[in-house]
Design a protein around this ligand. Structure first.
Ligand SMILES: [Zn+2]
Length: 311
């Protein structure tokens, strides 16, 4: 029987009916009008009902939700979800009550890793490290074919390892996190700061002095055009990412490293520096036999993984 997968983002809920092999039968996306928990539960239920109707199936065998944030693994309580401004929301229990069947809630990166393991770039491997750089920086670990959750369910929070003691403020409210330097939101923030400082002619020309046009690609373009300050921000982000992932490879010795996320997809320079750094800085023995692959499922990895996780 097919299952439901839900991708809960900061601005929308997307639902898909997924078969046992990880193929999407139908999907539906509904924008979040009300970001308070009861409103979001309604939006998710609406997207789910729409997807089930489109798929033409009578019944689904459970539902998995991938959400950004720190999520308690057994209870499905979202401890912290910065993009929704939530703290301690029992989302799994609320959705189970609303939908009338069991709903499991997991971290979005865990869901994405599970999707890539079963239906994407991780097929055939047992020990996988998945690293995504999008608006944030996240990772998930699969060891011996199982997701590593950690004691409190928050293992793999790569974005929040510290790279600069007392450094830039991160969305998690701590200072000096990797994400504060290399996450998409923060690449944009640093580029805006550079534009506002008035010290980058290249950036002024690229953006026509409009900070709202800035994306991580703007930063990469300015860096590659030879702007010294833009290059500094870009290189620092790439080096921090590369060192973090290289050290991760040294510690975990995965057989496969799967990389994805919007920033890596659209900034080939950053991705190249990241992968070069991994080759250069992971220990020689840990990277023997390491296969590096691009995530294959794109935006669907989380939704497919969430659906397969309830099996
Ligand atoms: Zn942080």
């Amino acid at each position: 029987m097919p299952t439901l997968g839900i991708d809960l983002g900061g601005t929308f809920a997307r639902a898909a009916v997924v078969d046992g092999k990880g193929a999407i039968l139908a999907s539906a996306k509904v924008a979040l009008q009300d970001r308070k928990p009861p409103g979001v539960v309604e939006t998710i239920a609406q997207a789910a009902e729409e997807a089930v109707k489109k798929a033409g199936v009578k019944k689904v065998d459970g539902c998995g939700v991938g959400a950004a944030g720190q999520i308690h693994k057994d209870s499905g309580v979202i401890s912290v979800a910065p993009n929704l401004g939530w703290r301690d929301v029992p989302l799994a229990a609320m959705l189970t009550k609303r939908m009338g069947f069991e709903v499991k809630v997991v971290n979005d990166l865990s869901a994405a890793a599970w999707g890539e393991l079963h239906a994407g770039a991780g097929r055939g491997a047992q020990d996988i490290l998945v690293v995504f750089v999008g608006s944030g920086v996240g990772s998930a670990i699969i060891a011996d074919g199982r997701l590593v959750n950690g004691g409190g369910g928050v293992a793999g929070e790569l974005g929040h390892i510290k790279v600069v003691p007392g450094g830039r403020l991160c969305g998690c409210s701590e200072h000096g996190c990797l994400e504060a330097y290399a996450g998409g939101h923060n690449l944009i923030a640093q580029t805006k700061e550079l534009l506002a400082s008035g010290s980058s002619r290249v950036l002024e020309q690229l953006t026509h002095d409009d900070p709202d046009t800035i994306t991580p690609v703007t930063l990469e373009t300015a860096a590659e055009a030879g702007d010294a300050k833009a290059k500094e921000i870009h290189t620092r982000a790439a080096q921090f990412l590369a060192l973090a992932v290289a050290n991760y490879v040294t510690v975990l010795n995965p057989s496969r490293l799967v990389v994805g996320g919007g920033v890596l997809m659209h900034c080939p320079g950053l991705k190249r520096q990241l992968l070069d750094g991994v080759q250069q800085w992971s220990s020689r023995v840990s990277r023997e036999g390491l296969l590096i692959a691009d995530a294959e499922l794109g935006d669907d990895s989380g939704i497919i993984g969430a659906a397969l996780l309830v099996k």
